[in-house]
Design a protein around this ligand. Structure first.
Ligand code: GCO
Ligand code: MG
Length: 410
């Protein structure tokens, strides 16, 4: 029997920080897992290096579920983004190894392909309507068939989801919210101004681009349930595919109020870590899409359980896929998305060329659809020399204040 012989934590910064776990077996097979938690990267690196790597050595790499339970129950301190990202990295690396050992892509081990490709959406944004239209057209030219729409809000400065003014098409395409530096930058926020403005944006976009194209929007945790219900109602005429993170959903029951007020489809979960965060949302059908990333939700093993649970309630996937999910995390999401019945849509932002020089991927993007490819395992190679040439440097997500200075959700 092969055993786990070596566990390495690889940190790199090819335009943004990534933490990657590399597990090597006594047969020389390697597996990769993404352990990147944006803005808190070194905490997961230490968790893995100091507390997980030593207890993995000598274990059977084939025992994925047992290892998952060993790390989850064995920690005693359950859940949380750091623990669950660390467990996810191990889990995904073991699926990669299992695939390589079997000579099959991971999606085959999960039950095989349910579809020929995965519908993906990209991030269009603009400081004003003409810039937004340009950005939507650029996305359409890149092949996107579904597009997320974010704009600036009159009277406010830089806000979530909008690439900095004057950015080139390429940087607008690669919008990235974490900023390098030793402290978070601060943004200003006014929920009422946002709620007044957003329906006018969707009216303009539907007027220009017609009724067909799926349009999405991210509220980024900023509204109360009542406000979210009001916004959802005002978006109903524009057939918005989903309104994401309309409230900070720690209080799952709060979504009951949103559902009372609007039939607008809702997506939640990019900051969740376990099935327990979804329990009320799923059993009461308070959401339509699960937004988790494999990276932040305990890996393929746990996210598959969440999706099977969600399938009973006709809730679909909309896995998190911004640039802070590494190509390894993205590949894992694609294998899972291809194999589950209740796939909905996949978020997809292309990584920078520097990132792709460290992580060589084999997933494909064609006619608006992603596919994980046919290579055994996940299909991602990590070039360690290239990775080592990009040193970690601190970067933080911004913080948000209301106009009177009160700290608000970012
Ligand atoms: C999204 C997310 C991201 C997050 C980012 C934080 O919907 O893609 O909201 O933009 O803000 O992943 O690290
Ligand atoms: Mg989001």
């Amino acid at each position: 029997m092969a055993t786990i012989e070596k566990v390495d934590v690889l940190i790199t910064n090819p335009t943004r920080n990534f933490v990657t776990l590399k597990v090597t077996t006594s047969d020389g097979v390697t597996g990769l897992g993404d352990a990147t938690v944006n803005g808190r990267e070194l905490a997961v690196a230490s968790y893995l290096r100091d507390h997980v790597a030593p207890i993995l050595i000598g274990r059977d790499p084939e025992q994925i579920e047992d290892t998952w339970q060993y790390l989850y129950r064995g920690a005693y301190w359950r859940r949380g983004p750091i623990t669950m990202a660390a467990i996810a990295a191990v889990d995904v690396a073991l699926w990669d190894i299992k695939g390589k050992t079997a000579g099959k892509p991971v999606y085959q081990l999960l039950g095989g392909a349910m579809r020929s490709g995965l519908l993906a959406y990209g991030h269009a944004s603009g400081a004003d309507i003409p810039q937004l239209f340009d950005s939507i057209r650029e996305h359409q030219a890149e092949g996107y068939r579904a597009i997320r729409v974010q704009t600036a809000v009159p009277g406010l400065g830089q806000v979530y989801g909008v690439a900095a003014a004057g950015s080139t098409a390429q940087s607008r395409y690669d919008y990235e919210p974490a900023r390098p530096g030793l402290r978070p930058t601060e943004e200003g926020w006014d929920t009422r101004a946002y709620m007044r403005h957003l329906p006018t944006v969707f009216e303009a976009v539907r007027g220009e681009f017609g009724p067909e194209i799926p349009l999405l929007h991210d509220g980024h945790h900023r509204m109360t349930p009542n406000q979210a219900g009001q916004l959802g109602r005002s978006l109903e005429p524009y057939d918005v595919f989903w309104l994401e993170d309309c409230t900070p959903a720690e209080n799952q029951e709060g979504l009951r109020r949103v559902r009372e007020l609007t039939s607008q489809p809702l997506a939640i979960g990019e900051i969740f870590n376990t099935v327990w965060d979804y329990q009320t949302l799923i059993t009461e059908q308070l959401i339509d899409y699960v937004r988790s990333a494999v990276t932040h939700t305990g890996g393929i093993t746990h996210l598959k359980k969440i999706m099977d649970f969600a399938s009973i309630y006709q809730i679909k996937s909309g896995f998190h896929g911004p640039t802070d999910i590494s190509p390894v995390g993205q590949a894992a999401a694609l294998h899972l998305g291809l194999a589950i019945h209740n796939f909905g849509i996949q978020e997809y932002m292309r990584h920078s060329d520097e990132t792709l020089s460290v992580f060589e991927t084999s997933y494909t993007w064609k006619d608006g659809l992603l596919h994980p490819g046919e290579n055994p395992g996940l299909g991602v190679e990590y070039h360690e020399d290239a990775g080592a040439s990009y040193e970690y440097s601190p970067a933080y997500l911004p913080v948000n204040r209301l106009l009177d200075g009160t700290m608000h959700d970012w």
